[in-house]
Each structure stands twice: as structure tokens, then as C-alpha cells.
Write a protein that binds this ligand. Structure first.
Ligand SMILES: Cc1cc2nc3c(=O)[nH]c(=O)nc-3n(C[C@H](O)[C@H](O)[C@H](O)COP(=O)(O)OP(=O)(O)OC[C@H]3O[C@@H](n4cnc5c(N)ncnc54)[C@H](O)[C@@H]3O)c2cc1C
Length: 423
């Protein structure tokens, strides 16, 4: 079924694997792409809530910052292939794009299948050999190395003895999150067996669980324009502004996902983490006091319950008043000075204790992965094994939400493909 020898074998047919296989073939390499699922791009199909936020229109430095301290590793990859190149690529394959809030880029179809289909066409056009339903189990090294360096000679598929040969192997098996999409960590195991170090794998961009179980009464409630601050052992660690969501176990939504990596880090260090929500970040204390006074003058005869609806979403009011220990039937003008103080404090500092994150299965992205120290950033080639290249989420890189993770996958994919052909 397979040719005796290929120029390049790509393991994993996700975002980065499909793109790198297409690029290598377009540059003239006889390429084989192997995917364990019966379909390509399973995870890509569910990105951006099915709309696929493929990149961001931000500047290169915004991108670099979005991956934290590891971001600099990506300079070369971004110089070779960046956001406008990606947009132009998809435009060439018939996908028009649009820019939304925060510079996020989506296909105008609002359907991630347009992205997956464009990549499929790219593979077909460039005659990439495709093996679906095939799980690669092992990367095989040359036993007869003459120059003392380890180098790849091929791969083995589960249940088969034969070695499918290639001098260049690109490992694009993704991370550990959403394992039902096929990313179950095979790539880490294969690389580790070859001597690569794997930086601890942790969930990133992940919802958080709270100690307070009243959150389940608020399940599905989204809050817009709130300011959320996370504290570890009482010290502020991060503040974000935007939208968040209550769930049956705790908190999720863009703001929470953004801060989650840092929260997970502090939880792992056994620190006490809490999240404080400011429902009225546009109003300082003085303005809030004024506002309460005005409400009291206007609606003093109404119940506290009724008036608080002018400050908070309806579903939040009973929980809020319970926390403030205020009788909700009381007339607003009857609330005491201490109760007003309590309301102001809770409006600006509604605190919840974080117990843990949701498991890595539910994370958008995996933090950790193949150590950057062992990958050449100019080529994506392993510094340990000649002919082995990496791209996408398997690398120890994770970015913020906003299209940064897919751009990283596509840019590293391009650079890996280019390097396999040029070396
Ligand atoms: C719910 C969700 C929404 C997301 N939304 C966005 C978004 O809008 N924008 C954004 O930038 N990022 C988003 N991400 C992150 C983005 O999906 C990943 O960064 C990206 O998919 C990584 O691409 P990859 O090719 O490295 O890995 P994957 O897409 O995970 O692909 C890896 C592939 O390798 C295959 N594979 C694994 N092991 C083997 C093996 N042994 N043999 C053969 N094949 C194998 C898997 O089946 C899989 O198809 C989202 C992630 C999730 C979970």
C-alpha cells in the first residue's frame, strides 16, 4: 500500500499536520500524511465554537507577548509565515475572512468546515499521500548511524511490522486536550522514547471550579464588561476585563480562560487562589455611593430585590443579597448604612474561592510539551534526532485566546515543511 520510501512523513492530520504536509508537497517533497482518525482536522472543526478563529490581525510583537516567556522562540517562524500570509493562503483557496472584535479573524462563512475543506483541497492539489485510520506507534531510528548522530529512517504503524521509510518526519500530533478529537499525547510518548524532554503538561485556557456551590444556580449566566482579578495567597496575580460565564461547577468564559494558565500555576504551587469580580468597573466608589443615593431617592419605596435589578442581572440578585445578608423584601430606603457599604463592597469585590481547574480534557490548549531547548527555532528540527521536526501544539508553547494558537500551529508547520525540503 505504501511506497518504499517518502521524502517526508507527517504524523497527525490536524491543523498543523495538514498544513505542513501540503507545504512540503507544494515544495516538491513526496509526502505521506498519517492520521489516526477516519477524518482530518477533527479538532480544527470545533475551534472558535465551530467558527474557527484562525488568526489575529495583531502585530508580531503582540503575538510574541501572547505566548508568555516562550514567545520569542516563534520569531523565525512568524518571519517566514505570518497572519497576512495565512489569510492570503485561505483566500487563495476560496475562503474569505473577516475581522472581529480584538482583531480576531474568522472565515466569513462562520463555519470552521470551510477552513478544513480548504486544507483538504490543498492536500489533494499537491498530491499528498494520505493514510487515514492509521495510528503511528513508533518513530524508527537508524541503527547503523555512521557519524554518531541519531537520525530517523521511518515510522511504524500499530499492528504492522513494516517500517514506512522517510528521512524526514514531522511530528504534529497535538496536545492532550479534547482527547476525543484524537490528540491523546502519542507524540509526547514517541518523542520521550527518543530522548526528548517533555515540559510538564498542564491544562491552559481551561474553566475553573469554585468552592461556592451557589454557582450552579447561576449556570449559563454570562456577565459582560466585568473586571475580574485573581489573587494567590492574597497577592494580585492578574486582572482581565470582558466577558465571563457561570457554569454548574464554577467559572468559564473568555476572561476566565485567559487567566486560567496563571491560576493553574499558582494552584499547583499549593497557593490559595480566589477570584474577585467587579460588576461595575466603570464606576469608582464615590460614583457608586452617588448612584445608590439616587436610586434610593427615586425608588426608595420599592424592595431591595427590585432596585438591585438596576445594578445586576436578574438571576444574580438573590445570590447577591444572600451573600450581603440583606432581606430582599426590605424597602430600599430602609437599608442601613452598613448594608449600603456591604452592597458597594460586593458590587466591586464579589469573591469566589478557586479549588481547581477542570481537567486537561476540557482545556482549549495544553501547556508544556516538547522542550524548546531541544528544538532549533530556525528550522523546527530536533536538536537530538536528525530528520525529526515538530510543529503545532506538541511544542512547549501556548497562547492566549484570539487566534494565537492556530497561527502558531500554521507558522511552525510552514517552517518545518520549508526546512525539510531545504535541508
Ligand atoms: C474547543 C476548542 C476550541 C479552540 N478554538 C480555537 C480558536 O478558535 N482559535 C485558535 O487559535 N485555537 C483554538 N483552539 C486550539 C487549536 O485547536 C489548537 O491549537 C490546534 O488544533 C493545534 O493543532 P495541532 O495540529 O498541533 O493539533 P491537533 O489539531 O490536535 O491535531 C493533531 C492530530 O494528530 C492526530 N494524531 C495524534 N496521535 C496520532 C498518531 N499516533 N498517529 C496518527 N495521528 C495522530 C490526531 O488525531 C489529530 O488529528 C481550540 C481548541 C479547542 C479544544
Amino acid at each position: 500500500m505504501f511506497k518504499k520510501i517518502y521524502d517526508v512523513i507527517v504524523i497527525g492530520g490536524g491543523a498543523s499536520g495538514m498544513f505542513t504536509a501540503g507545504c512540503a508537497a507544494a515544495k516538491g517533497a513526496e509526502t505521506l500524511l498519517l492520521e489516526r482518525n477516519h477524518q482530518l482536522g477533527k479538532k480544527l472543526s470545533i475551534t472558535g465554537k465551530g467558527r474557527c478563529n484562525l488568526t489575529n490581525v495583531g502585530e508580531i510583537n503582540d503575538f510574541i507577548d501572547s505566548y508568555g516567556k516562550n514567545g520569542k522562540f516563534l520569531y523565525r517562524a512568524f518571519t517566514r509565515f505570518f497572519n497576512q500570509d495565512l489569510i492570503a493562503f485561505f483566500n487563495r483557496y476560496g475562503v474569505s475572512t473577516k475581522v472581529e472584535r480584538g482583531g480576531r479573524v474568522f472565515p466569513v462563512t462562520d463555519n470552521s468546515e470551510s477552513i478544513v475543506n480548504a486544507l483538504r483541497r490543498y492536500l489533494q492539489e499537491n498530491k499528498v499521500n494520505l493514510g487515514l485510520n492509521l495510528q503511528v506507534k513508533e518513530i524508527v531510528l537508524d541503527d547503523n548511524k555512521t557519524d554518531g548522530n541519531n537520525k530517523v529512517i521511518g515510522i511504524k504503524i500499530g499492528g504492522r511490522k513494516e517500517i514506512i521509510k522517510a528521512d524526514k518526519i514531522i511530528l504534529a500530533t497535538g496536545g492532550l486536550s479534547y482527547p476525543k478529537t484524537g490528540s491523546t499525547g502519542d507524540g509526547y510518548r514517541m518523542a520521550k522514547k527518543l530522548g526528548h524532554s517533555i515540559v510538564s503538561l498542564m491544562p491552559a485556557l481551561v474553566p475553573l471550579e469554585t468552592k461556592e456551590d451557589f454557582v450552579k444556580d447561576l449556570q449559563g449566566l454570562a456577565l459582560k464588561n466585568v473586571s475580574v482579578t485573581a489573587f494567590a495567597d492574597g497577592r494580585k496575580i492578574i486582572r482581565e476585563f470582558g466577558e465571563m460565564l457561570f457554569t454548574h461547577f464554577g467559572l468559564s468564559g473568555p476572561v476566565i480562560l485567559k487567566m486560567s494558565s496563571l491560576v493553574v500555576k499558582h494552584l499547583n504551587e499549593k497557593e490559595e487562589v480566589s477570584i474577585s469580580i467587579n460588576f461595575k468597573p466603570a464606576l469608582d466608589r464615590e460614583k457608586l455611593v452617588d448612584r445608590l443615593l439616587r436610586e434610593s431617592k427615586k425608588f426608595g419605596l420599592k424592595s431591595v430585590n427590585n432596585v438591585m435589578k438596576n445594578f445586576l442581572p436578574l438571576r444574580l440578585v438573590p445570590v447577591f443579597l444572600k451573600m450581603a445578608n440583606i432581606n430582599s423584601d426590605k424597602k430600599f430606603k430602609q437599608i442601613t448604612h452598613q448594608e449600603k457599604e456591604k452592597i458597594i463592597n460586593l458590587l466591586t469585590d464579589f469573591s469566589l474561592k478557586i479549588t481547581k481547574s477542570r481537567p486537561i480534557d476540557e482545556a482549549i490548549i495544553t501547556r508544556g510539551g516538547i522542550s524548546l531547548k531541544e528544538i532549533n527555532p530556525y528550522t523546527m528540527e530536533s536538536k537530538r534526532i536528525k530528520g525529526l521536526y515538530f510543529c503545532g501544539e506538541i511544542i512547549d508553547l501556548d497562547g492566549k485566546t484570539g487566534g494565537y494558537n492556530l497561527q502558531m500551529a500554521f507558522s511552525t508547520a510552514y517552517l518545518a515543511a520549508e526546512s525539510t525540503v531545504n535541508s
